[in-house]
Design a protein around this ligand. Structure first.
Ligand code: NIG
Ligand code: FE
Length: 415
């Protein structure tokens, strides 16, 4: 065999590799009796066991355990101040999310809490949320702004995301969601607020390299289709990819708008229709399903899963971790919800948190699969079948967490 091992390489042997590589026609892209070789941060070879002639590098014996790509949580609002438990208590008494938003609660109450915190305090309260996701196997995460809603506070939120990325073994993809809601000082002047984003917040924070895509809440309680389009046009001029919170509470046609900009993803999409689905298929935009928000809002309208499936639109799944509609720092629990509530097959669920989630972040060439040339982010689980990770909750099946080729969590001594 022509592959030449180097002393710095690691051979991961005797794993059941759920590669999630769509080119392999097996379920989960499963490969058995293969060696996976990492060199530094990268997977450099996946070869049938028995051909590597090794007398130079370390071998790690995985003893038949399941190996998957690291989990990717492609839609979160993880950096926020306060919590909305009191508001939730009201909701449990029958007051709707829309009514609470209209009364100045909802997103704007988190805006007040986020603005009132120093950057250091915002960082500190975000840490345990991120740590929870890391511990359960997340290796790439998206984080949105959208609770600052002015230049200084949006920058503060994005700086926190940047500091988290520097401090923890995880890839962070940041998104500008200044168009989340109209802040109090712009009440009744939403067009002017969109101008502020287009002319100041977006260009200045883009220049500082603080985010990699732009998002909007296109909804009756958010921004109109026209306002969303204006934002996307300004983003396009700067070369920034777009995505949208669309069709969550009604169908405004936001998905078609995102698709017309060749956007990365449309997220929520309970009210998406066939016309929107055709547009997504055409543009290659990922449908991001957020079962945590569906569950927590006691939504009854399911996203059009069967139509998405028929039209082969890639479906990703994410926590949407936020204090108002999905206070869940667990992607594994949301994987379970995607199967039970949305009836995704276990294989679709796994694609949804690996290869398709990577695509939703524009990282499908480097993340979300066990494949030569990809970043060596993977989880060794104390199970043998992929479905077990979705099925059982509350247990801690993570055996090894490997990020960029290095073991960051080793629970092998527990078993
Ligand atoms: O993804 N839909 C809008 N944004 C969030 C909710 C944010 C909030 O309520 O604070 C979501 O569900
Ligand atoms: Fe969201």
């Amino acid at each position: 065999m022509s592959f030449k091992l180097l002393a710095q390489d690691i051979i991961w042997r005797n794993g059941r590799l759920a590669t999630m590589d769509p080119d392999l026609k097996t379920a989960y892209g499963l490969l058995e009796n293969y060696d996976m070789v990492t060199r530094g941060k990268t997977i450099v070879a996946i070869l049938p066991q028995g051909i590597l002639d090794n007398d130079v590098c370390e071998i790690v014996d995985l003893a038949g355990r399941l190996v998957t790509p690291g989990l990717i949580d492609c839609h979160t609002h993880l950096v926020f101040g306060g919590n909305r438990a009191p508001e939730w208590e009201q909701r449990m008494k029958g007051i709707s999310y829309e009514t609470i938003s209209q009364q100045g609660g909802g997103i704007n109450s988190t805006v007040r809490a986020t603005r009132s915190l120093s950057e250091d305090n915002l960082y500190r309260i975000s840490q345990p949320r991120l740590e929870a996701l890391i511990r359960e196997g997340v290796t790439t995460i998206e984080m949105k702004s959208g609770y600052g809603l002015d230049l200084q506070n949006e920058e503060k939120q994005l700086n926190v995301a940047k500091r988290l990325a520097e401090a923890y073994p995880i890839t962070v993809s940041s998104t500008l969601l200044s168009a989340h809601t109209v802040p109090p000082e712009y009440q009744g002047k939403s067009d002017e607020y969109i101008d502020l984003i287009c002319e100041q917040i977006m260009p200045q924070l883009w220049q500082k390299g603080l985010f990699e895509s732009v998002d909007v809440f296109c909804e009756s309680v958010g921004f109109s289709l026209e306002q969303s389009k204006k934002l996307f046009l300004a983003a396009q001029q700067l070369g920034i990819p777009v995505k949208g919170h669309v069709e969550q509470l009604s169908n405004l046609g936001g998905s078609e708008l995102v698709a017309s900009f060749k956007g990365l993803s449309v997220d929520h999409i309970e009210y998406l229709d066939l016309q929107g689905i055709r547009a997504l298929k055409e543009s290659g935009t990922v449908a991001v399903l957020l079962p945590g928000a569906f569950y927590f809002l006691r939504e009854t309208k399911l996203p059009p899963i069967e139509l998405l499936r028929e039209n082969q639109v890639p479906m990703a799944i994410s926590t949407d971790f936020n204090p108002g509609t999905s206070p869940f720092a667990s992607l594994r629990m949301v994987m379970n919800m995607a199967a039970v509530l949305f009836r995704l097959t276990p294989e679709e669920v796994w694609s949804g948190v690996t290869c398709h989630a990577a695509r939703a972040l524009g990282r499908e060439e480097t993340h979300g699969q066990l494949k030569t040339g990809y970043q060596a982010d993977f989880i060794v689980w104390n199970v043998s079948e992929p479905v077990e990770i979705i099925y059982e909750q509350g247990s801690h099946p993570l055996h090894l967490r490997v990020y960029q080729g290095k073991v960051t969590h080793d629970h092998s001594s527990f078993f």
